[in-house]
Design a protein around this ligand. Structure first.
Ligand code: FES
Ligand SMILES: [Fe+2]
Length: 376
């Protein structure tokens, strides 16, 4: 299918009613022109989740990500604030930092130019013969950085609206969980062989739980009848799984006195567009930040956090972490297998669009977000 026809199919689907919605055209996961549009209108514009405050607690702690060819890093400052920078040396553009970790100063791996955590160049060996060289006037390019509920976001855009105010619609629902205080117990980065949209859609698809996760999330029974899907808006989409005292696989610890009523048994599954997805419970936070590497590969940073009151009161803290992680690892393996499957199969000349179930409401919300960005 040509790019023009792919975008027309996306637009037609987005313009209709949800009751008549279909999946997105299969070519949208493979078209290099679509990928170029996504890079320009989404990843060079929107806010990208880099990680969580709890994952970089000390001054000098940093996390790097690559926003489709734009390497960036966030680093905690001596005053405890967090700044974001382009991860590119001011000399001959070497990449400065890799992965995540801790530095007291940032030392370029090429010729040892050295920067303070605030981006100021403070050292450059053998440069004294270079006319007009003034390190005091040279700082790494700083990027816009914001924090919401313990998450850190960066944008390479100077123009996009502030993210925190945009998320008021979600903040009012999740603020009482105090997820910013959850303790980070596991962090990982992975590369998957699939288009980034396949994973975003999968995370927001509550239709596959009964099959793909029959031995993990669905092992306590079906959740379809207790899942409520809310229409997405310009910045996010979310759904709520409401358990109860009688049917508890999700619940707040007795020492959690701030969550009231139904919130004590509630799970939020959300997508902050484009690609920050998370599952928030009174007893767990699991997030995935998805970045495309190419049309057929993605890189994720994902992590799991647990409320302090649960860890503090567990008979064995490591056992409590291990129990949650065993489940999440299983779910992750199950999801990876199916989203890599779907990506391969959508390349088939016989792949077509199919009707959506009511449990895929947020998949359609994501398609409408895509339409607004890449077809505008
Ligand atoms: S590229 Fe960084 S010091 Fe030369
Ligand atoms: Fe899943």
């Amino acid at each position: 299918m040509t790019t023009e026809r792919t975008l027309k199919a996306l637009a037609d689907n987005a313009a209709g009613e949800f009751a008549a919605a279909t999946s997105s055209p299969p070519s949208i996961y493979h078209d290099e022109n679509v990928f170029a549009l996504e890079k320009a209108t989404i990843f060079q514009q929107d806010w990208i989740c880099i990680g969580r405050h709890a994952e970089m607690p000390k001054p000098g702690d940093y996390i790097t990500r690559d926003i489709i060819g734009a390497p960036v890093f966030v680093i905690r400052q001596r005053d405890d604030s967090i700044k974001a920078f382009a991860n590119v040396c001011l000399h001959r553009a070497a990449r400065l930092l890799d992965g995540s970790g801790h530095v007291s100063r940032i030392s370029c791996p090429y010729h040892s130019w050295t920067y303070n955590p605030d981006g100021q160049l403070v050292g450059a060996p053998f440069m004294e013969q270079t006319a007009g060289f003034e390190p005091a006037s040279m700082r790494l390019k700083e990027l816009r950085c914001a924090s919401w509920e313990g998450f850190i976001y960066v944008t390479v855009s100077a123009d996009v609206a502030p993210i925190v105010e945009s998320l008021d619609c979600l903040t009012e629902h999740v603020a009482d969980f105090r997820m910013g205080d959850y303790v980070s117990v596991y962090e990982a980065e992975e590369t998957w062989s699939t288009n980034w949209k396949c994973l975003v859609e999968n995370f927001m698809d509550s239709y596959h739980i009964h099959r793909v996760h029959k031995d993990s999330f669905a092992r306590y029974g079906s959740s379809e009848d207790i899942t409520e899907l809310f229409p997405g808006n310009d910045v996010c989409a979310y759904q709520v799984i409401q358990e109860s005292e009688n049917r508890m696989s999700v619940y707040a610890h007795p020492e959690n006195t701030w969550l009231k009523g139904d919130d004590r048994y509630k799970t939020y599954v959300a997508n902050i567009f484009p690609s920050h997805v998370f599952q928030l419970q009174p007893d767990l936070l699991w997030y995935v930040s998805i970045l495309p590497q190419s049309v057929d590969a993605l890189h994720i940073r994902w992590a799991v956090s647990i409320p302090a009151e649960i860890l503090d009161n567990a008979p064995d803290r490591e056992d409590a972490i291990e129990e949650q992680m065993a489940l999440i690892h299983q779910v992750n393996i199950e999801d990876r297998s199916i989203v890599e499957n779907v990506f391969r199969a959508t390349a088939s000349p016989h792949a077509t669009v199919g009707p959506l179930s009511y449990l895929e409401r947020n998949v359609w919300d994501f398609a409408r977000y895509l339409f607004r960005r890449i077809c505008a």
